[in-house]
Design a protein around this ligand. Structure first.
Ligand code: FES
Length: 171
């Protein structure tokens, strides 16, 4: 594995902007993630060698940020919030339903490569839980019916636009 010529050019430019080589860890990780879809162990070695920093520093960054992954994930990553507000509003039922429907466990990807299921900490949509994020789209006030519709839409290539928060009607 190596950086492409275009990436090498970009790295040379980035080096002029960051006096500390270590500060390029994130930009280089984005570069790889954008190209490969994930940051493999081989990519960690490459970044560490390029920046002349210990491999563990790069591994720490990869494991800290949830947007970086160690292995290839599904086309759609379903990130269901399992934090307290969503949990009280039924996120476990949503997770169980997705597991049952897609026949996968948390952290797994469907054999067709369409969906990966993850649980995440609070995404700031606590008043409209249970909720999940897919890409940059929030899906809120989830129940089994709504989840089924979302999965079907995504399977059919219908990606949803981000809409304003769907606040529930309180009486
Ligand atoms: S607890 Fe789920 S978004 Fe905050």
């Amino acid at each position: 594995m190596d950086f492409t010529d275009a990436e090498k050019k970009e790295i040379a430019y980035l080096r002029t902007r960051y006096p500390e080589a270590r500060s390029l860890t994130l930009p280089l990780m984005w570069m790889i993630q954008k190209r490969e879809g994930f940051v493999s162990d081989e990519a960690v070695d490459l970044i560490a060698a390029e920046l002349d920093i210990p491999k563990i520093w790069v591994e720490e960054v990869r494991s800290w940020y949830s947007m970086f992954t160690e292995k290839k994930e599904g086309k759609y990553v379903l990130e269901v919030c399992s934090n307290i507000s969503c949990a009280m509003l039924g996120s476990q039922d949503v997770i169980d339903h997705i597991c049952k429907t897609l026949k996968i466990k948390i952290g797994e990807t469907t054999p067709d490569g369409m969906f990966t299921l993850k649980t995440v900490e609070c995404l700031g949509s606590c008043g409209t839980g249970p909720m999940m994020q897919v890409g940059d789209r929030y899906y809120e006030l989830l129940d089994e019916k709504k989840v089924d519709q979302i999965l079907e839409d995504l399977r059919n290539g219908k990606e949803h636009e981000q809409k304003p928060q769907e606040w529930p009607e309180y009486k």
